[in-house]
Design a protein. Structure first.
Length: 659
């Protein structure tokens, strides 16, 4: 921050009899002898706002720069007392905290404070205009040292602050941009030796880059008789600004504005601007204009080379600018689109419920990052899907919506292909589930048929043979040469065969299949496992845990029977547990646990014929086909837990019905 035109307390003054300070008294504060007219003339020649207050806070002297600084239209509109300003101007710190009146520059000076470069943020309450002011302040004392007033110098540093903030960005980020700037950019070590510079600096000082890197700061800046103490005046992160004569390689000089920022690693980053023909205030404005021009050049280059079509549309929906990429997207040359309504490119009707006209982006936020997908019209009448992102920009001619348009034809084709593949895959999955359902039912029907054949055919035949054998035994009772032991053995074999056939018939088509509901089926299975294999099973079934689809009930029954058979055969335990609950997502979850010896779960993926994984793999495949899952958790020596999940909804339609 510049120190501005420094002020200091002045000792020579006279006081009124009542202890106040008159304008005439304060007119002597400049040198102690000059007239008030000379003071006023000096004040008007200054570009900084200067104002002098008495002890009561009345502004007894101020210059025209004071009027402009406080955004008054003319001198007559200025209020004359400090007490009136809080109603007009809000003063705050950079943190946003509002500064009370007693901490303003004038009250601080009246309390005897002397300060320079005091930054305040100011805002006119009537217009909302805001700016940043840098103040130097000091008390005015009479010959006896008594404070009789205050003198304050204010400078509008809004633009200067913006430039300073820009310089505090990282060196790496702005290295590429530095080569395009007209200002000389330097990087120096802590001793003031040039480490690097841009081409503008080489041209400005008329050195080659290699020669410039060997120069010290005092080779480039003229310090006169004073020590070269420009850089040491700021700590790390501090900013130094100065106006100084600069020396070229040929010995000629120019007036330059020097800004230097000390980096955290101890180096310095500096900017030098040639201000030989300009005052500091005029230079700040032209510097800003140069920056804008540089930004405009960058934007113009981006505008011209962007692969996206870029359109500038005014609030009436008229195209005001277009970049070369519009030809590839829409088939129009940029000049052919200027002055045409945006409806030339976008259909008038809504697309997917959206108003597609580019002028509708006026109702959107200033920056639209989400993008809108529209159907646009090409010059030849064909249509092309596009994605439009927008930004609202204030220009000299008013506000414009800049629409960034991307051709998304390829994306749409890919998405359409993916959707078609997904639909086809889902159709195949549905058909596979239907076939699985019918296969399960057909398998069960076959089991039931085989069971009936065993029960009504083979079992009855065997029973008939047994009755005939009994009749033969009675008729030949006492006959010679007959072996009764052989007849008894044959009868026992027939009894065993009849029992095996009866058991096989029951296992093929358990009576539980004739039950209505999953609970009675599992209850029958629990009794059967205890009677057949001696396995005690603890069954828990939730009240709403049921399956309406017969094929799913059958599949769950067969799966649980297989898991319990594994417990009896492989786990080598006499107890197991089955829990059936309904879980979120309209799913039924069946968990079979045991405390047996456990097994390696890798066998489920690649089982051997003697391993439990063979049955588990078959169960998993069946469940996957109906939208179910199988989760196996087991550790050797710590038992097993197998969790089955199946959809609890209705059965899928048959293939014939779907066709």
């Amino acid at each position: 921050m510049e120190t501005g035109q420094p002020s200091a307390p002045v000792d020579q003054a006279t006081t009124a009899a009542d202890g106040g300070t008159s304008p005439g008294d304060l007119g002597l504060l400049a040198t102690g002898h000059a007239s008030e007219s000379m003071l006023r003339a000096a004040l008007e020649a200054m570009t900084d706002a200067v104002f002098i207050s008495d002890l009561a806070g009345r502004f007894v002297l101020f210059n025209d720069a004071f009027v402009a600084f406080h955004r008054f239209p003319c001198r007559a509109a200025c209020v004359q007392t400090l007490a009136e300003y809080p109603a007009l101007i809000e003063v705050s710190l950079s943190s946003g905290d509002v500064v009370p009146l007693e901490q303003w520059a004038v009250p601080r000076a009246l309390r005897g404070e002397v300060a320079v470069n005091q930054e305040y943020h100011l805002r006119r309450k009537d217009t909302g205009e805001s700016w940043i002011g840098s103040y130097n302040l000091a008390p005015v004392r009479d010959g006896s040292g008594r404070i009789i007033g205050a003198v304050v110098i204010g400078r509008d540093v809004t633009r200067q602050k913006a430039i300073s903030d820009a310089l505090q960005a990282s060196e790496a980020r702005y290295r590429g941009l530095a080569e395009q700037l007209p200002e000389g950019i330097f990087v120096l070590d802590g001793a003031g030796r040039v480490l690097d510079a841009n081409q503008a600096a080489c041209r400005m000082f008329r050195y080659g880059l290699a020669d410039l890197r060997e120069r010290m700061l005092h080779d480039l800046l003229v310090f006169g008789d004073t020590a070269p103490a420009l850089l040491p005046r700021a700590d790390a992160g501090g900013l130094v600004q100065d106006e100084r004569s600069c020396r070229r390689s040929d010995g000629s000089t120019f007036l330059g504005e020097v800004l230097a920022l000390r980096l955290p690693d101890g180096r310095w980053q500096g900017v030098v601007r040639d201000i030989t023909e300009r005052r500091w205030a005029a230079q700040a404005i032209r510097s800003l204009e140069a920056q804008h021009q540089s930004d405009a050049s960058v934007l113009h280059a981006l505008f011209a080379t962007a692969p996206q079509a870029i359109l500038g549309v005014d609030e009436h929906g008229v195209i005001r600018s277009a970049n070369p990429a519009v030809e590839k997207t829409f088939g129009w040359l940029p000049d052919q689109l200027l002055g045409k309504p945006c409806s030339t490119l976008v259909p008038s009707g809504p697309v997917n419920g959206q108003t597609p006209c580019l002028s509708s982006f006026w109702n959107a936020p200033d920056v639209n990052d989400e993008g809108r997908e529209l159907i646009a019209a090409r010059k030849d009448g064909s249509q092309v899907p596009v994605e439009v992102r927008s930004a609202v920009v204030q220009t000299q001619d008013g506000r414009l919506v800049f629409a960034f348009v991307s051709d998304i034809s390829t994306r749409w084709r890919e998405e359409a292909a993916r959707k078609a593949q997904a639909v086809t895959l889902e159709l195949y999955n549905q058909r596979l589930r239907v076939l699985t359902t019918e296969l399960t039912l057909a398998e069960q029907h076959a089991r039931e048929g085989l069971s009936r054949t065993l029960h009504d055919g083979v079992q009855q035949l065997l029973f008939g043979v047994k009755l005939g054998l009994d009749r033969v035994a009675r008729r030949v009772d006492g006959a010679q040469g007959l072996n009764r032991d052989a007849l008894e053995t044959a009868r026992q074999d027939l009894d065993e065969a009849i029992g095996s056939v009866r058991s096989l018939a029951i296992e093929l088509a358990p009576p539980a299949f004739r039950q209505d509901g999953l609970r009675p089926m599992l209850e029958w299975l629990v009794d059967w496992m205890k009677h057949k294999h001696g396995l005690e099973v603890a069954l828990t079934v939730g009240e709403d845990a049921d399956l309406q689809a017969r094929d799913l009930r059958t599949l769950v029954f067969i799966s649980v029977r297989e898991l319990l058979f594994n417990c009896a055969k492989h786990a080598q335990v006499g107890r197991a547990a089955v829990a059936v609950v309904r879980v979120p997502g309209d799913q039924l979850q069946i968990t079979v646990t045991d405390g047996g010896k456990g097994f390696d779960t890798a066998l489920v993926a690649s089982p051997s014929r003697s391993a439990p994984g063979l049955g588990l793999l078959s169960i998993r495949e069946r469940l996957l086909l109906v939208g179910g899952t199988l989760d196996v958790r087991s550790t050797r020596g710590a038992g097993s837990a197998v969790q089955i999940t199946v959809p609890a909804g209705t059965a899928p339609q048959s293939v014939t019905a779907r066709s």
